[in-house]
Unconditional design. Structure first.
Length: 94
């Protein structure tokens, strides 16, 4: 997992590959610009896009060093290529 937000905190879009999906809603990517919930700061939200379908990211957490993205719509699979888009207004206004 490459945390892109550490290299560029202004990055709002990125491409990644899904490494794993658990319970149809917990998605681990090979890299991410989504900042996980940490130290009182809420996580980023946004969408993952695959084949023109949007999967809203409602929470991002870091568990045992692994960043997991919770999506509210099932349908993503290991190996899928996605485009991630952050809700920049939420991050910027925090």
């Amino acid at each position: 997992m490459e945390p892109l937000y550490l290299k560029d905190c202004y990055l709002t879009e990125f491409n990644a590959v899904i490494e794993s999906v658990k319970g149809d809603k917990y998605v681990v990517l090979d890299k991410t610009a989504f900042y996980p919930n940490s130290g009182g700061q809420p996580s980023d939200t946004g969408v993952l896009i695959h084949n023109d379908k949007e999967y809203p990211v409602v929470f991002v957490g870091k568990f045992d060093g692994i960043i997991s993205h919770e999506v509210s719509v099932p349908g993503l699979s290991q190996g899928d290529s996605i485009k991630g888009m952050l809700d920049w207004d939420k991050r910027y206004n925090f």
